[in-house]
Design a protein around this ligand. Structure first.
Ligand code: MLT
Length: 391
């Protein structure tokens, strides 16, 4: 037996596991300290009643002989795929239910989609960015080129036509910087992908936070995207599904490379390795997209947006440079007092009992930056802002 030695090229542990371990150690040393967690982007608002009602009802159905369900369709139940298609249609974007694949969250699908591509592909990944893109490609031994996102380009780098890549990652609104690509910038990526026969993996997990109708919420709003882009989205951040687990991936029929349909390949992959998301969870997700559910999601969004505003006001007050917080639940701040990002992590935890995410964990350009999330409770957010103002 030979191990996959690419695993030894990874950092010792996944970013958020590393943070959790450090926070646990701190908590053990300071049992008296109330720690405010604004590290991992985990939501705090409970599931809306319309969602829990659907979960309960589906659980009851599973307990009756006449409505019990065993294995479901690997691609997801038609009722949920239709609900997702309607969610797109309401924004004027046409995506058919056949192109939608229900999964257990964007993270899994973003990792699993790589089964479709050769380990010889070259990957273009923004730096800083959600660490899953880098780690999953390192695991497969792919060579990675980084797209430098810096304060100078507003953390919105564009592909360079002289650099050749086969797989491009875009996360917009961006995790961690909160920066959002406009239509013109996204079109540049699409044009690059079409010229180079490349595929775009578009992470839209935070699309619902976009408040400006001029900014694209789906890459399919752009010309030519259906021929080159796969889109990933999630119920986690708006409907509170981080614990329940449900997301979806869109693969349009036009994604044909070397005469092969990516949609067919993905279906083949999913039917072989995946048995679908549980029926009650899919019912819960469909309820989240119902008219009543959408109202509840809007309330969640307003709540988290207000938290972001509170944190942004605090940073302005302190004269700290930051991005995000407007069309994003993340605030990306420059570390204070010239500190490095892990140094600032320790300092903030020691001096204010606040946990954030060190920017360096998202890539080398994240050094000297720090990410705060607006997903906390209102009370904790106000308290954290108050504690930081006193530093
Ligand atoms: C984050 O904090 O970056 C996210 O919560 C991680 C995730 O969505 O997997």
């Amino acid at each position: 037996m030979k191990l996959n030695e690419h695993y030894f090229e990874l950092t010792e542990s996944y970013l958020f596991s590393d943070i959790a371990r450090r926070v646990e150690a701190f908590a053990a040393r300071h049992p008296e300290q109330k720690i405010i967690r604004m590290g991992i982007g985990d939501v705090t608002r409970p599931l809306p009643p319309v969602v829990t009602a659907a979960l309960e009802e589906a659980a009851r159905e599973m307990g009756k002989r006449e409505s019990f369900r065993g294995y479901g369709p690997e691609q997801g139940y038609p009722f949920l795929r239709q609900a997702v298609a309607d969610y797109y249609a309401d924004r004027g974007t046409v995506v058919s239910p056949e192109e939608i694949f229900i999964g257990d969250g964007a993270k899994s699908d973003l990792g699993n989609i790589l089964d479709l591509f050769s380990p010889d592909c070259t990957v273009l990944i923004p730096d800083p960015v959600y660490p899953v893109y880098v780690d999953t490609n390192i695991m497969a031994g792919r060579s990675i080129i980084y797209l430098e996102a810096t304060g100078q380009n507003g953390f919105l780098p564009l592909p360079d036509s002289r650099v050749k890549a086969d797989i491009l990652y875009i996360c917009s609104p961006n995790n961690p910087t909160g920066a959002v690509y406009d239509r013109r910038a996204l079109q540049t990526f699409i044009d690059y992908a079409r010229e180079n026969g490349a595929v775009i993996l578009y992470d839209a997990a935070y699309e619902a936070f976009i408040a400006d109708p001029e900014l694209p919420r789906s890459i399919y709003e752009l010309e030519g995207a259906r021929e080159c882009a796969i889109e990933f989205c999630s119920f986690s951040k708006t409907a509170g599904f981080t614990g329940l687990r449900c997301g979806y991936t869109v693969l349009p029929g036009e994604l044909i490379f070397d005469g092969h349909s990516l949609q067919k390949m993905w279906l083949r992959r999913q039917t072989t390795k995946f048995n679908g998301v549980s029926y009650p969870v899919q019912r819960a997700a469909a309820a989240a997209l119902s008219p009543e559910g959408r109202g509840a999601l809007e309330e969640n969004l307003s709540y988290y947006r207000e938290n972001a505003r509170i944190l942004a006001d605090m940073l302005k007050n302190r004269g700290v440079f930051y991005t995000g917080g407007r069309h994003s639940p993340y605030l990306w701040m420059r570390c204070e007092r010239g500190m490095g990002s892990w140094q600032y992590f320790d300092w903030l935890l020691e001096n204010a009992g606040i946990v954030g995410t060190p920017g360096a964990g998202f890539g080398k350009n994240g050094e000297n930056y720090f990410r705060l999330t607006a997903f906390g409770s209102r009370e904790d957010t106000i308290e954290a802002a108050g504690r930081m103002l006193l530093l």
